[in-house]
Ligand binder design. Structure first.
Ligand SMILES: C[S@@+](CC[C@H](N)C(=O)[O-])C[C@H]1O[C@@H](n2cnc3c(N)ncnc32)[C@H](O)[C@@H]1O
Length: 219
């Protein structure tokens, strides 16, 4: 019970801090969360700080200057990546969250918060891109409280990204949601489906992040 109240209080503090339009309070909480996770022996949950490091690492490893995110939420990933990518597009379907992020990132001309449904916007954004991009797909496909369990949504987005002639790299969050339940594929089924439809692609999973890269492409 005590632990529940502590957790609930943390969530309220987090909400207040994150709603402020600055990056530092949110990032401070992400560091605190990471240290708390470490202190508890790194349980099977990936702290946001590790997700940020993975996105930054893949951007650097593949020399990508554009980041496309689905699911802006409070803008933690955009905030953390703001000086690591020359251009950032983040798509959010919730009008309030999108408006909040648009205000927060208004002063940054290289950051574009796009309001709408990712399954509609990703295919048109892919056509608009002039160079390969890193895609961070995190719009609650499976395994998130606000999720919309639509397998077609992810399929539509991946088809647009992976069929494009530019060699985009894709990271998908919440691999634990690919568990074969409620119409979700298992990670194995999903990986096989991608590697069969796109034989030049390689699928790996680590830290609950699915990573779709190019086979035989040295980073
Ligand atoms: C897990 S949160 C994203 C966290 C964020 N990417 C980060 O790293 O800080 C999921 C977000 O996806 C948004 N979302 C859900 N369905 C969507 C859709 N069809 N198109 C765009 N955004 C969507 C939700 O409103 C929510 O803000």
């Amino acid at each position: 019970m005590k632990r529940y109240y502590c957790f609930a209080r943390m969530r309220i503090i987090r909400k207040v801090l994150v709603r402020s339009n600055t990056h530092l309070p949110a990032q401070f909480l992400n560091y605190a969360d990471f240290l708390w996770w470490k202190a508890r022996g790194s349980p099977p949950r990936t702290p946001h700080l590790i997700k940020q490091r993975t996105v930054a690492e893949y951007g650097e490893r593949y020399g990508l200057h554009t980041l496309v995110e689905t699911g802006t939420y409070y803008g933690d990933m955009v905030g953390a990546m703001r000086s690591r990518f020359a251009e950032i597009f983040s798509i959010e379907s919730d009008p309030e969250l999108a408006a909040h992020a648009a205000r927060r990132f208004g002063p940054y001309p290289h950051i574009h918060i796009v309001r709408g449904d990712s399954q509609v916007l990703v295919p048109s954004l892919v056509l608009h891109l002039t160079e390969p991009a890193l895609f961070w797909l995190d719009a609650g496909y499976y395994g998130w409280a606000g999720e919309q369990r639509t397998r077609e949504r992810l399929d539509i987005e991946l088809k647009a990204i992976l069929s494009d002639t530019k060699p985009h790299i894709v990271l998908i969050d919440d691999a634990q949601g690919f568990n074969g339940l409620n119409a979700a594929p298992t990670v194995g089924e999903f990986s096989r489906q991608i590697e069969t439809s796109f034989p030049q692609r390689n699928v790996e999973v680590a830290q609950q992040i699915i990573r779709i890269t190019l086979r035989n492409q040295s980073p």
